[in-house]
Design a protein around this ligand. Structure first.
Ligand code: ADP
Length: 433
């Protein structure tokens, strides 16, 4: 096999060269079939609202019309069986000789899983043991793996963990400063998430700069509905903003990110809220939605622009002011993290923006980088405003540190890691190289 520049790998003598990537969420399954010879996607799709009467499957083959199956899928088993049927109808079923493996996104790998891992009974038991750390995600991931195994027991299944890229964070950064025995007994430490995206984007950024990942220090800002930052030194993650759970760090769509832990004690003791109510508040009704009622950055910008437009006196007021507050809180937190990670890394070669907000919002990028000239960070307004799906640099040529927009591709990263493992290549991830 020959590793290709886009991170895919040439198949063995035209043999099994495809990986099915499965991302099983609590009520959904997303999938992509990726051909590692050229990175093409023969099929992709999504099953939504599993367990509800209105569930549906949307299947998009590369060489045909998209299809929708609308019927109740009562559990992940039924949903995955239907996905397998759709793939089989295209001649790309789970028994296809072209299929090398299935790569599963698994949210929590704890401290044990530092690399992609071929699934066996022992691995399943270990992922099960980690359920208390990711009670919503790991059970869905496990069901996905078990169903896929049942559908084709001979096919290698590989677990690719969201936490794995962050297992290189040094102990002094991964530990909370709480009693060591209590923390260890309950597996309390900072794990970090979105690891496949941080891995992919940091490597892809190095390539954009024409350098090797080992030679560059990158700050990656993954800004989707969930949002996280990471500091990557020479290809190894040394700091990341999410912690024991994905609640810590940046302001997100519906999550608060950082707060004084005593806020929780206060809400419990003084406001009389129980733990479940506080959990729901901080995860579902905080962040952008908590500050202004919207979690979509497009809508927040629309409200700001409408309210701040000349003559828009009546439409503005409270509506625009709250949207502005949410935007400013979001970008202020980003600037704090960028500054902190400059200090962590010492030398920064690039700051890379990725995911829905990072890839699309020129305003967020400009506000996050604005005023950081002393740190060598600047944005070129024209480059920043230009729309593109390609990785690109948006800082002026003279800037000491590049600011880049690098679309993430977690599916390709999972497929590349999976394929490298089952094809016997060295176990380093290659999606972003
Ligand atoms: P996730 O995978 O975490 O669900 P995405 O990476 O798809 O999320 O990001 C979704 C978010 O991206 C949306 O909530 C929205 O705020 C933001 N977004 C998408 N398109 C744009 C755009 N053109 N401008 C600003 N924000 C956008």
């Amino acid at each position: 096999m020959t590793p290709q520049r886009d991170g895919t790998t040439a198949g063995r003598d035209g043999g099994a060269s495809r990986v099915l990537v499965l991302n099983s969420g609590s009520s959904s399954v997303k999938y992509q079939l990726i051909d590692m010879t050229d990175g093409s996607r023969p099929a992709a799709g999504l099953v939504e609202r599993i367990g509800e009467r209105t569930s549906s499957l949307h299947h998009t083959p590369a060489d045909g019309e998209p299809r929708t199956v609308e019927r109740p899928f009562t559990d992940h088993g039924e949903a995955l069986t239907a996905v397998a049927d759709e793939l089989a109808a295209d001649g790309t079923g789970l028994d296809s000789p072209q299929l090398a493996a299935i790569g599963h996104r698994v949210v929590h790998g704890g401290r044990r899983f530092t690399d992609p891992t071929v699934v066996d009974e022992e691995v399943l038991a270990e992922i099960e043991r980690l359920v208390p750390l990711a009670p919503l995600h790991n059970p869905a991931n496990l069901t996905g793996i078990r169903t896929a195994r049942a559908l084709n027991p001979g096919l290698p299944q590989v677990a690719v963990f969201d936490t794995a890229f962050h297992t290189t964070v040094p102990e002094y950064a991964a530990r909370y400063a709480v009693d060591v025995e209590t923390a260890d007994r309950h597996q309390v430490r900072r794990y970090g998430f979105h690891g496949t995206s941080h891995a992919y984007v940091s490597r892809r950024t190095a390539r954009l700069l024409g350098r090797e990942p080992e030679d560059v220090n990158v700050i990656v800002l993954h800004l989707g509905n969930g949002a996280s930052a990471s500091a990557v030194a020479g290809g190894r993650c040394v700091e990341t903003s999410m912690g024991l759970t994905p609640l810590e760090g940046l302001v997100m769509g519906t999550r608060s990110g950082d707060l004084d832990p005593a806020v929780i004690l206060h809400l419990h003791r003084v406001a009389g809220m129980d733990i479940d109510a506080i959990d729901e508040l901080l995860n579902k009704r905080s962040g952008l939605v908590g500050l202004c009622g919207d979690n979509d950055m497009r809508e927040i910008r629309r409200r700001i622009d409408a309210g701040e437009a000349p003559g828009a006196v009546d439409r503005g007021g409270e509506d625009a002011a709250r949207a502005r507050l949410a935007f400013d809180a979001y970008t202020h937190r980003l600037r704090k993290y960028i500054g902190a990670y400059c200090a962590v890394l010492g030398r920064v070669d690039a700051v890379a923006f990725t995911a829905g907000v990072g890839e699309n919002s020129a305003e967020v990028r400009a506000a996050a980088i604005g005023g950081l000239e002393q740190l060598g960070l600047e944005i070129d307004p024209a480059l920043n405003a230009a729309r593109s799906r390609e990785p690109r640099v948006v800082s002026p040529e003279y800037a000491r540190t590049a600011v880049a927009v690098v679309p993430t591709d977690e599916e390709l990263e999972i497929a590349a890691q999976t394929y490298r493992l089952v094809a016997g290549e060295p176990g380093t991830a290659t999606g972003g190289t």
